[in-house]
Design a protein around this ligand. Structure first.
Ligand code: PLP
Length: 212
């Protein structure tokens, strides 16, 4: 089943890029693997999936104790998990506050390791959701850059009911405005649309692994 779905995803990615002037030069599919079995991870690895997204540090440490892949942290990150996150992950997609910038900068310095960061933007300005408010993005970005954090792009999770295109277009605009190349946006339900608006990283769980 995973094999068939992986094939479908690859062809959807290719189709979405066709004739899309905003589409990025390359799109990385990040397999969101929270709650997946070891067998599912192994199957995805066998199929050639190179990038995996994790929501919890502890679960990730278990998943990747012996396996190897490029790892993306996509969940909400507590500052007290920054050291473990820097040690394990290649990218963090959920940088959203100054205290986390401090913790990540300290951990990177200590470990001599640079982990690319996406700043998560709460484009829908939803009170319960992670992410920096769009109006606060410039100051958070300046703060991260002052600490020499390698900020590589922006990330968003639009509200479920939203007109997704407007959120993706908005995030694209914000990234260009701030000279950032990376755009982590689009999930199982909407990744073809996100790609048409320039996503460089789509985070796909259900469409690859099936319902959780
Ligand atoms: C789980 C998760 C995804 C993948 O969600 P699907 O709808 O299953 O594709 C993407 N991004 C984040 C932040 C997630 O937690």
């Amino acid at each position: 089943m995973i094999a068939k779905r992986w094939g479908e995803i690859q062809s959807c990615v290719a189709t979405a890029r066709e004739g899309a002037p905003l589409a990025a030069a390359s799109v990385t599919v990040v397999a969101a693997c929270k709650g997946q079995t070891e067998a599912a991870l192994d199957e995805a690895l066998t199929l050639g999936v190179t990038d995996f997204g994790e929501n919890r540090v502890q679960e990730a440490e278990r998943h990747w104790a012996t396996r190897r892949a490029r790892l993306h942290f996509i969940g909400a990150l507590q500052s007290n998990k920054a050291e473990e996150a820097v040690a394990l992950f290649d990218y963090i997609h959920s940088l959203d506050r100054e205290s986390l910038c401090d913790a990540l900068a300290r951990a990177m310095e200590k470990q001599g390791r640079r982990v690319g960061c996406f700043i998560q933007v709460n484009t829908g300005e939803e009170p319960q959701k992670s992410g920096v408010l769009p109006g606060v993005l410039p100051s958070l970005l300046a703060y991260a850059r002052k600490l020499e954090l390698p900020v590589v792009g922006l990330m968003c999770v639009p509200p479920a009911e939203a007109l997704k295109a407007s959120h993706f277009a908005f995030l694209h605009l914000l990234a260009r405005e701030h000279g950032l190349q990376g755009l982590s946006m689009g999930m199982s339900d909407d990744y073809p649309l996100a790609i048409r608006f320039g996503a460089t990283h789509v985070r796909i769980g259900t469409a690859l692994f099936g319902p959780r």
